[in-house]
Design a protein around this ligand. Structure first.
Ligand code: ZN
Length: 334
């Protein structure tokens, strides 16, 4: 557990927080509506990619400049800002003052601008930016040079069991985390495919990725086999294996064979683990001790599943393989 303090005066700027993996859905951009906090309460993540000002066009940055920022294919705008910004839920911050006049161009809320829109309440140092505009995650990002991480020396709480996240939200829409996870996995599978069709196992993996892989890769006999693998689920002889990412470190589970492609552990768990089959205890008419053996009808989506296009493009542009002509042509078509 850590707290972050002001680099200028030492004032506390967070409650105790624990580092977790950067959520895969961080690159998702919503529509004209409010977005919830990205980070769960009591957690923070570090974004290793450059973010925020200054922005450059692809042409101005040049290929070498873009590659130095980790981008290997044209993007609309390229951030040459700081790496390793600390991403938090606004409710976990302490001792800051919001300066709305420092917001950049925004619609319903505030976004980061030319200067930090959050300052330390004690000394006035610009420490980060709050974002809560429509379509962007509700976050605070602290500047890595403006805050100091102070480990509390407390043992980390024991890891919680991974709970599967269902792909459908209660309103019938596809879960954003699933869409972003599929977009990122699709980018990695495309890069690893070598430009040939992939053999997916029947079932949810095909529902998740099959249509887009078939659309983007040339038809023909599959050259590589894809499978789920992870704890208690060996990779077999699959060439590419979809494995869980550690919830805290973000590192992929290491299989004995196959090229790993990571999925958030809660998404992976829904795909890989057997569904819950316990009867639900009820109150009311059934006598005490009698368990129902009927189940709610499964949720029905109101549209087909689509991997998040923004996440797909974002991840693909940052994979060195995108410099290969066939993959660059595919990227350009996206
Ligand atoms: Zn301060």
């Amino acid at each position: 557990m850590d707290v972050f303090t002001c680099a200028g005066c030492g004032a506390g700027l967070t409650c105790p927080v624990q580092r977790v993996a950067l959520p895969v859905e961080i690159r998702y951009r919503g529509g004209h509506h409010w977005m919830p906090p990205l980070m769960a309460p009591g957690t923070y993540a570090v974004d290793p990619e450059p973010s925020g000002l200054p922005w450059r066009s692809w042409e101005d940055a040049g290929e070498a400049g873009a590659a130095a920022a980790g981008v290997h294919a044209p993007v609309w705008t390229l951030s040459l800002g700081a790496r390793n910004r600390i991403v938090l839920s606004p409710g976990d911050t302490r001792g800051t003052r919001l300066l709305p006049e420092r917001s950049g161009d925004s619609c319903l809320g505030v976004v980061g601008g030319d200067a930090p829109n959050l300052v330390c309440a004690a000394c006035g140092l610009g420490v980060g930016s709050r974002e809560d505009d429509c379509g962007v995650w509700n976050t605070v990002r602290y500047e890595p040079h403006a805050v100091v991480r102070r480990p509390l020396g407390l043992p980390a709480p024991p890891p919680e069991p991974v709970r599967p996240t269902p792909p459908l939200d209660p309103d019938g829409g596809w879960n954003v985390r699933w869409r972003a996870a599929a977009g990122a996995a699709l980018a990695h599978l495309l890069a690893a495919s070598g430009g040939t069709a992939l053999d997916l196992p029947e079932g949810p993996l095909t529902t998740l990725l099959g249509r887009d892989l078939a659309r983007l890769l040339p038809p023909g006999p599959p050259a590589l086999r894809v499978a789920l693998a992870g704890p208690g689920r060996p990779a077999g002889d699959a060439d590419l294996v979809l494995v869980p990412l550690h919830p805290r470190t973000g590192r992929p589970w290491s299989p004995p064979g196959g090229v790993p492609v990571g999925l958030p552990a809660d998404v992976w768990a829904h795909l890989a683990l057997p569904p819950e089959t316990s009867p639900m205890p009820v109150s009311g008419r059934p006598p005490a001790g009698v368990l129902r053996d009927d189940y709610p009808l499964p949720d029905r989506p109101f549209q087909r599943f689509h991997p998040d296009h923004g996440t797909l493009r974002h991840v693909l542009a940052r994979l060195p393989e995108v410099r290969e002509p066939w993959l660059r042509a595919l990227y350009d078509r996206l």
